[in-house]
Design a protein around this ligand. Structure first.
Ligand SMILES: *[C@@H]1O[C@H](CO)[C@@H](O)[C@H](O)[C@H]1NC(C)=O
Ligand SMILES: *[C@@H]1O[C@H](CO)[C@@H](O)[C@H](O)[C@H]1NC(C)=O
Ligand SMILES: *[C@@H]1O[C@H](CO)[C@@H](O)[C@H](O)[C@H]1NC(C)=O
Ligand SMILES: *[C@@H]1O[C@H](CO)[C@@H](O)[C@H](O)[C@H]1NC(C)=O
Ligand SMILES: *[C@@H]1O[C@H](CO)[C@@H](O)[C@H](O)[C@H]1NC(C)=O
Ligand SMILES: *[C@@H]1O[C@H](CO)[C@@H](O)[C@H](O)[C@H]1NC(C)=O
Ligand SMILES: *[C@@H]1O[C@H](CO)[C@@H](O)[C@H](O)[C@H]1NC(C)=O
Ligand SMILES: *[C@@H]1O[C@H](CO)[C@@H](O)[C@H](O)[C@H]1NC(C)=O
Ligand SMILES: *[C@@H]1O[C@H](CO)[C@@H](O)[C@H](O)[C@H]1NC(C)=O
Ligand SMILES: *[C@@H]1O[C@H](CO)[C@@H](O)[C@H](O)[C@H]1NC(C)=O
Ligand SMILES: *[C@@H]1O[C@H](CO)[C@@H](O)[C@H](O)[C@H]1NC(C)=O
Ligand SMILES: *[C@@H]1O[C@H](CO)[C@@H](O)[C@H](O)[C@H]1NC(C)=O
Length: 834
């Protein structure tokens, strides 16, 4: 169809006559010396019957494939003007080095004048099995997974011909760190180019070398900070059995390299074991052998090599050895960033240094912490009792953060932990790495509670939508027990809370603000003690400053209070002062499923006023107090879909304005005078008396100073530390109160002392307010009793008060009572040791 000029003219005539388009010809001549074969064929991607064919003078326009062999001179053309849409081309060159000299050197992209089609050049170099062949690339290559594509669509494939069939060594794009590939006994190199690119040079040269004694050596050269991902040969189909492969790394002066294994799969070895071996500069133990699962070396200064050795596979279930790893090369860290961290005396302390959560960019320098020369990791854990020499392979230490945890444990009532300052080891304050958080864990047996005292600075509770802590750090305090965990809240220095007593295990988390300079601002002002167990989850002691407002809220603010918990606030009102208590909302705004929720306010004085509000009643109006008072909030079990209990209140302290006499009268008029007795001291529980009721039927377990230990079979009331106490025991109640403390062995049989309480004339600050019992009790004794608080009382149900013998008097206002103080037995858990 096409041919010489004259033939062309002839065709032109035919064409005019038959409306047959004239076809001009292309020629391709392949000298036999080049030993090259060109195949043009329909692409596997083109449609089944492509609207384009190959035209040759001999056969016309019908061929879909054209093969041109060495020595042939062929004229051809395509029947369409866009053959690149339908045709691809393969140019295969065979280079035989086994017989005669090899044409080494730069590999050109012959022949010239190829049509513009997607094309694959392949060079098949045959060599003696013991001859090494070195391929040098320019530009250097970047390895990709075999099914990946390169951004410029130019892809290199390197395969070895040693085995029965060529096995893939790697697939590469231009533009990377792989400078040379050395193979042995022959190689197959394929270069795929898109139709619109017609370079003259392949970009690599071939040279012969002596035997490399392994499957392949890949040389990766770095000129500057960068990283590269490399793969084992024949990835992901499996590295050949019993083979050896080496990577040589050229690391520039003043830089460090780190190896990180991204992913690997392990074969089933019948003999030997897969492993990697390093020759590291300056190491006295070369080769250093690592398992694939181990942390690989980092902080390597200078050129080094790494070899992968496979094993003899199990024929039955061979598995496959595959390795994908990253080498990161970065500037040497500044000199002098070595750091001595001495934790030999920091009992119970665990320090973690790790990378902050990061966002990925093009090149991510490693940020590693080194405990030894090349023993570097992204995260290290330092435990007390040890001394560490740390250095950092990190361009910016701001990427790292420190967290620390100190355990203070009390495993017996004899542990002598009292007023112990919550210190921060100086080394942590002066680290070049920012402290993210410092956690003190106070753990103790169930019958021991913890007390946090903030003497000098006092604590401010971070208030929801209220004043914000402006200090450079705050404490998150949490409570943990078998039943529930809750967050007490965030507290910062500079407030009114002097003491927090917490029944269960406590974590105190110090969190600095991101810009805090803790070494300048951290004031070591918290102290902890272990004390006999308290009944409430928590008791706060609050001493407001004159002319200031204290903002307080129930713990676990975000979620609301857990079921059946009780908290007390002891608000200290100094003489000649007046405190105004105001609740933010006018209702508790919850629906109880079991039990009742109470807010109870009680003045700490003889015949002091007591205000009790239940969940179905409005919260008290703002009110002034001239004496210290208790605020107690106890929760019920709220309905599943109901709001959770959340209460906020403020206490504002001002100089007293009113005459105390007036107050007394006001108080009496307010109905407090109905009380002929005052509930105090040792505490009680108010229980809805209804036998065989579920133990959850407790009405807000109440009171502070009850020992919640499982009571013994024989419970005797002793008079405790308050002399002259006398009790009248009215009712013996069942498991209602302590049922939750019964263990199997006791069979649920026990006899807690139930007391109808007699007035006690004494120091009152010790006892948080008892819910309503005193109030209710007095009312019950009266005729025509109608409980103003409880509709359920109309059912004539009895209320009883259960009282437990306090085994050990609880800490009083001066926090002077602590667990046995004379023994010196402190237990520290060291869970993180090892
Ligand atoms: C054939 O080859 C020539 C280049 O020699 C080209 O100009 C022409 O368009 C090609 N195709 C056809 C259908 O003639
Ligand atoms: C190949 O053939 C064309 C025409 O068919 C001719 O012009 C050309 O010279 C030949 N090339 C060689 C190297 O023989
Ligand atoms: C040529 O290569 C490009 C890129 O890989 C591809 O999208 C296109 O389909 C190929 N053309 C043919 C005819 O295979
Ligand atoms: C050319 O290729 C053939 C077959 O691939 C091979 O047998 C022959 O040795 C090669 N010749 C040269 C000079 O490479
Ligand atoms: C390549 O293959 C791997 C599995 O071997 C697969 O996870 C990945 O998505 C593939 N990538 C592409 C571009 O097909
Ligand atoms: C390169 O190797 C991969 C995997 O062995 C194969 O799928 C691909 O077709 C090869 N490409 C070329 C151009 O040989
Ligand atoms: C090579 O990489 C550099 C930087 O990553 C980029 O700027 C350049 O365009 C790349 N060149 C090619 C040919 O991909
Ligand atoms: C490389 O080949 C040349 C000639 O083909 C030979 O003289 C030389 O010894 C070979 N070098 C090695 C290292 O095999
Ligand atoms: C690691 O390899 C396994 C098995 O080949 C694969 O399932 C997993 O997705 C890979 N993970 C990553 C992060 O590449
Ligand atoms: C690896 O490095 C060591 C020490 O530099 C050298 O003796 C050895 O030949 C190297 N091996 C390879 C395969 O590069
Ligand atoms: C925090 O705020 C209080 C007043 O709101 C102020 O007196 C105190 O100096 C502030 N502290 C800091 C560290 O800014
Ligand atoms: C506190 O923690 C210790 C140790 O984990 C545990 O034995 C104890 O029961 C916990 N106390 C409470 C109240 O959960």
């Amino acid at each position: 169809m096409c041919g010489s000029r004259s033939a062309g003219r002839l065709l032109l005539l035919y064409g005019l006559f038959l409306a047959w388009p004239p076809i001009e010809c292309l020629t391709m001549f392949l000298p036999s010396a080049d030993n090259m074969t060109v195949t043009i064929k329909h692409s596997s991607l083109s449609p089944a019957k492509p609207p384009c064919t190959i035209c040759t003078p001999k056969e016309g326009c019908k061929a879909s494939t054209l093969q041109i062999l060495p020595g042939q001179n062929v004229s051809y053309n395509f029947s369409c003007s866009t053959p690149e849409k339908y045709f691809v081309m393969e140019i295969h060159k065979s280079i035989d080095c086994t017989s005669g000299p090899c044409p080494f050197g730069a590999v050109g992209l012959q022949p010239l004048g190829l049509p513009s089609l997607n094309r694959t050049f392949s060079w098949h170099v045959k060599a003696m099995r013991n001859i090494g062949l070195e391929l040098s690339f320019n530009p250097w290559l970047r390895q990709i997974e075999p099914n990946d594509t390169c951004p410029d669509l130019a892809t290199f494939n390197v395969s070895t011909c040693l085995g029965p069939k060529p096995s893939n060594i790697g697939t590469f794009c231009r533009n990377g760190s792989v400078s040379r590939v050395k193979v042995q006994g022959g190689v197959l190199v394929a270069l795929q180019l898109p139709w619109n690119e017609n370079p003259l040079q392949s970009g690599f040269t071939i040279a012969n070398r002596s035997s490399i004694k392994r499957l392949v050596i890949i040389e990766s050269t770095f000129k500057t900070q960068s990283s590269a991902v490399l793969l084992s040969a024949n990835y992901p189909l499996g590295f050949p059995e019993d083979e050896l492969m080496t990577w040589q790394f050229v690391v520039p002066h003043n830089h460090r390299a780190s190896i990180h294994f991204i992913n690997h799969t392990s074969p089933n070895c019948e003999k030997k074991e897969e492993r990697v071996e390093y020759y590291l500069p300056g190491s006295h133990s070369n080769p250093e052998v690592f398992k694939l699962v181990e942390t690989q070396p980092a902080n390597i200064a200078g050129n080094f090599n790494m070899s992968l050795q496979s094993c003899d596979l199990d024929d039955q279930i061979p598995g496959a050895l595959n390795l994908q790893f990253r080498i990161t090369v970065q500037l040497s860290p500044q000199e002098g960033n070595a750091l001595l961290v001495d934790l030999s005396k920091e009992r119970g302390l665990t320090v973690r240094i790790k990378r902050r959560p990061q966002t990925f960019r093009q090149f991510v320098p490693e940020c590693l912490i080194c405990k030894g020369h090349t023993d570097c990791e992204e995260e290290v854990t330092l435990t007390w009792g040890n001394t560490y020499q740390l250095s950092f392979l990190c361009d910016n230490l701001a990427k790292l953060m420190v967290t620390a945890e100190k355990v203070i444990a009390c495993w017996s009532p004899a542990c002598n932990i009292k007023n112990r300052p919550l210190t921060m080891p100086a080394i942590l304050l002066h680290l070049p790495i920012r402290l993210h958080e410092f956690v003190w864990k106070l753990i103790a047996l169930d019958d021991i509670s913890a007390e946090i005292i903030s003497g000098s600075l006092k604590l401010q509770q971070q208030w929801f939508q209220g004043p914000i802590c402006n200090s450079s750090y705050h404490y998150d305090i949490n409570s943990a027990s078998h039943e529930h965990n809750f967050a007490l809240g965030a507290f910062c220095p500079g407030g009114a809370i002097e003491r927090i007593q917490m029944r269960d295990n406590v974590t105190i988390v110090l969190r600095p603000t991101p810009t805090a300079n803790l070494s300048a601002t951290f004031k070591n002002h918290l102290r902890v003690s272990f004390i006999p167990v308290i009944k409430e989850e928590c008791i706060f002691s609050v001493t407001p400053n004159t002319s200031s407002t204290v903002y307080l809220q129930t713990p676990n603010w975000d979620i609301g209070l857990p079921d059946y918990v009780s908290f007390s606030w002891n608000i200290v009102v100094p003489p000649k002062q007046e405190a105004n208590l105001a609740f933010l909302k006018d209702r508790m705004d919850i629906v109880c499923e079991t039990g009742r929720a109470y807010v109870n306010i009680k003045e700490q004085k003889m015949q002091g006023e007591e205000i009790i509000r239940r969940d179905d009643q409005p919260l008290p109006e703002p009110k002034s107090f001239y004496n210290s008072f208790w605020v107690n909030i106890s929760n019920c079990k709220s309905m599943a879909n109901s709001n959770k209990l959340k209460v906020q209140f403020t206490v504002t302290l001002t100089q007293r304005r009113t005459d105390p006499k007036t107050i007394l009268i006001a108080a009496v008029a307010g109905g407090v005078g109905l009380l002929t007795a005052v509930i105090i001291g040792v505490t009680m529980c108010c229980v809805k008396k209804k036998k065989k009721e579920n133990k959850n039927a407790m009405i807000g377990v109440y009171n502070a100073n009850i020992n919640t230990q499982m009571p013994g079979q024989k419970v005797v009331f002793n008079k405790g530390r308050h002399k002259n106490e006398s009790h009248i025991y009215a009712v013996i109640d069942d498991n209602m109160v302590y049922g939750h403390l019964l263990d199997e062995s006791s069979n649920g049989v026990m006899t807690p002392a139930i007391g109808v309480y007699q007035p006690f004339q004494g120091h009152m600050e010790n006892a948080p307010p008892v819910p309503s019992p005193s109030f209710l009790l007095q009312r019950m004794k009266e005729e025509n009793f109608v409980d103003p608080l409880s509709s359920s009382m109309r059912d004539n149900e009895l209320y009883t008060f259960a009282q437990r013998k306090p085994e050990e008097p609880i800490s009083s206002g001066d926090s002077g009572i602590h667990l046995l103080e004379h023994h010196n037995q402190e237990d520290i858990t060291d869970s993180s040791k090892g």
